[in-house]
Ligand binder design. Structure first.
Ligand SMILES: [Zn+2]
Length: 138
């Protein structure tokens, strides 16, 4: 199984995706990659990874379990992830969606509405919940 970390920028046209990904990768020490979305041109989709090849699994702590209520990410990754999120939040006025999920997991995530500030706190404190899709509204 493979962990994927998705971030969607609501209301940001996909032609901006490459530039935003490059910028937010530079400032965060992680790699933000535009993700292919099925014909959705009105919202930018990204995945966040640690290395240019592969997935988000390398960010998991050793004891991480998919059965746990929250994802155990390595403590040193958390501030980098918070920087990515802060960078992406700065590019939209309509909010972001954030979800960490196993690739191929068919379970519908629970949608949780949070403020941008609360979502940043969740990420910085390593509290991203499994089977959850966070949506910020401004
Ligand atoms: Zn993986």
């Amino acid at each position: 199984m493979c962990l994927a970390l998705y971030v969607e920028l609501v209301g940001v046209s996909t032609d901006k995706a490459e530039e935003i990904a490059a910028h937010c990768s530079t400032i965060s020490d992680l790699i933000v990659r535009p993700a292919v979305s099925s014909g959705d041109q009105a919202n930018c989709h990204f995945v966040v990874v640690e290395f240019s090849e592969g997935c988000a699994c390398s960010m998991l702590a050793e004891h991480a379990s998919p059965e746990a209520p929250t994802w155990s990410l390595r403590p040193d990754v958390l501030p980098k992830l918070a920087s990515v999120l802060r960078c992406l939040l700065a590019r939209t006025r309509s909010g972001v969606g954030l979800e960490a999920a196993w690739l191929g997991d068919d379970d519908e995530p629970t949608e949780v509405r949070v403020s941008s500030r609360d979502l940043l706190a969740v990420v910085a404190e390593g509290g991203i919940r499994t089977k959850t899709r966070y949506l910020t509204a401004t």
